[in-house]
Ligand binder design. Structure first.
Ligand code: F6R
Length: 369
């Protein structure tokens, strides 16, 4: 039931504040993150983890790529993010203190299931982040943190993605608490940032009409580039994936720091480039570097669509379009910056007359290799 929306995707995009709020429910006690499922798994095991390997495919892997920044910063544990299908066929090194964390909306993705099974057969503990109660991957794992995004029907993942990042941040903060790597005040501050996200996503959803107009203007675009830095990099990759799968447009995401190492050669007059701009306050060291990237590509004719923090005046003179997101600490920006990219891909698909819920050649759950 689309509940009055024109597509499941539109409905699911609109449900993202609830997806985050429901995933947080019952996991923050007295202002500090305590995930009961992890307590049951064993805080002593978590305290002794020396390395984390995240396995996932597609959009779920980008949630993992975002979480790498948070887990390493807060819990000070090294994190590798691996595509499940690359992980399982190369005899990966799994030391006794490695923890595998899988991410899967469906809980049925064959490659991710096999990656988890491989790791567990080697004696590694495995935690699953999953949106489907009782699915195969959580059943095979030592513990599961369910995302409570509700059923996701549209093939393209949206609300599951923000719920995955939320669950991974809960994991990271639980880990930081049991390892003592953050102070009580820091733990509280991060939990408060998480709790403020649903309301901020709601504000970003208010940009939808402007994004729709942009997508309508751009409906004959043949290629779109996405740039991001730090946690904005996986968001650029996710923006490109959404556009490929929904609008069948060639799209690529890059780390902004890589521009000079090759991708800048792609810039020609009129080339649309989405740029996820880090906060000028929270990322004072990165913000000017991204602004200078924007200037470099603008000078070569790129058409800049900036996703920028409300009040970021530095970006205004160089962007053709600015989509604003509310203020948030840098690690929380992905939960906001991804929303306009989802809406853009959805609206471009609709503008091209495509089936936004059922893109060609794709299945919701990839249970074969
Ligand atoms: C993209 C998308 C896919 C899935 C991927 C993993 O919008 O939906 O990239 O994220 O197939 O699926 P799950 O999370 O079910 O393992």
């Amino acid at each position: 039931d689309k509940g009055g929306w024109s597509s499941f995707m539109a409905k699911e995009v609109s449900e993202q504040p609830d997806a985050v709020a429901n995933t947080l429910r019952g996991r923050i006690t007295d202002g500090v993150v305590t995930v009961p499922e992890l307590t049951a798994f064993g805080d002593d095991i978590l305290a002794g983890v020396g390395r984390i390997v995240i396995v996932a495919c597609g959009t779920a892997s980008y949630a993992g790529a975002v979480a790498k920044y948070a887990i390493e910063k807060w819990a000070r544990v090294p994190v590798d993010v691996e595509l499940s299908h690359e992980f399982r066929y190369r005899e990966p090194v799994l030391t006794a203190d490695t923890l595998v964390v899988s991410i899967s909306q469906s809980g049925e993705t064959m490659d991710t299931l096999m990656a988890v099974k491989y790791a567990m057969a080697e004696g590694t503990k495995a935690i699953s982040i999953c949106n489907t109660q009782g699915a195969t991957i959580p059943r095979e794992s030592d513990a599961v943190i369910y995302t409570h995004a509700g059923p996701e029907v549209a093939v393209a993942s949206t609300k599951a993605f923000v719920a995955q990042i939320t669950a991974l941040y809960l994991f990271a903060l639980h880990l930081a608490r049991v390892r003592g790597s953050l102070t009580q005040a820091e733990l509280r501050a991060q939990a408060a940032q998480l709790q403020a996200i649903p309301e901020k996503i709601q504000i970003v959803l208010g940009e939808a009409p402007a994004i729709k107009q942009l997508a309508t203007w751009m409906s004959d675009t043949r290629a779109v580039l996405f740039l991001g830095r730090h946690v904005g990099f996986p968001i650029a990759l996710e923006g490109a994936l959404k556009l490929k799968e929904l609008a069948y447009i060639h799209a690529e995401g890059f780390a902004a720091g890589e521009l000079k190492h090759g991708p800048i050669a792609l810039i020609e007059p009129g080339q649309p480039v989405f740029v996820v701009v880090p906060s000028p306050r929270g990322s004072a060291h990165l913000h000017p570097k991204v602004i200078s990237n924007i200037q470099e590509i603008r000078a070569r004719g790129a058409r800049i669509i900036a996703i920028a923090e409300l009040g970021d005046a530095a970006v205004l003179p160089f962007a053709d379009t600015v989509i604003h997101i509310p203020l948030a600490a840098p690690l929380f920006e992905p939960l906001l910056a991804v929303i306009p990219l989802q809406i853009f891909a959805m609206e471009l698909s609709i503008a091209k007359g495509l089936d936004v819920d059922q893109p060609r050649n794709l299945a919701k759950s990839v249970t074969v290799e």
